[in-house]
Design a protein around this ligand. Sequence first.
Ligand code: NAI
Length: 244
Amino acid sequence: MGTAIVTGGASGIGLATVVLLARAGRKVGIADRNADQLASVCAELQAQGLAVFAVPLDVTDRAGCAAAMAEVEATQGAISTVVTCAGIAAVSRIGDEANAAGWDREIAINLTGTYNIIAGAIAQLKASPSASVVTISSVVGMRSGFAEVGYAASKGGVLALTRQLARELAAFDIRVNCVAPGYVATPMLAGGAGDVQDWMDIHTPMKRLGRSEEIAEAIAFLTTDAASYITGAVLPVDGGYLCV
Ligand code: NAI
């Protein structure tokens, strides 16, 4: 297996995914824009003997993503797995110009950023004998959530991108799947709007937040040969949010 890249790997779901993949023996590049957090996470995991390395980047910078992926190939070996966890949740209400920047940032990071990193690695993925991409949408991409029009639209876009790429890239033996988490206890949610436990009680049959590790298990599975006939799939990991 080649090198794995996890964007947003310095925190939350991305970090839990980095740990799982590295513990399974993968060499993992932690790609994140938060340089301080990236350095400390990387040092901590390396001290545990895990084969991780830092890839400082901002997923909104398409040329920067391409350059970073080329550098990974040159210094760490060709990439065969990409997991796109980098994302933000901002307040973005329609008609509220003060919050219009939220829409722009969510589309730029969550949707275009997903495209950018996959595009940056695509030549290496095509050259790999069996490659996989796992994108991260959200239940909010399929069912409405808090007041987040930009977030919902960006995550719905990730679903469409995933299906389209699965179709286009199957010829290159690249599987492309999507995990759609429900509400998960991470730093992102801590900054979010509303009373989350109330929301859980009403909308989630399991009546609790997910843990990053529970999402990472699904992501890791989709990267392995155990999922060799799965492509274009959307796997909700949501405590039942979507079945209500
Ligand atoms: P988090 O805030 O803990 O981690 C996100 C990471 O992405 C951070 O390390 C941050 O520095 C990085 N990042 C943000 N913008 C970036 C950029 N432009 N370039 C490079 N790195 C960037 O968030 P969490 O909760 O782990 O979220 C991970 C993914 O899961 C996101 O796509 C999020 O939308 C999605 N998700 C999270 C849910 C939750 O309830 N926490 C629910 C559903 C989906």
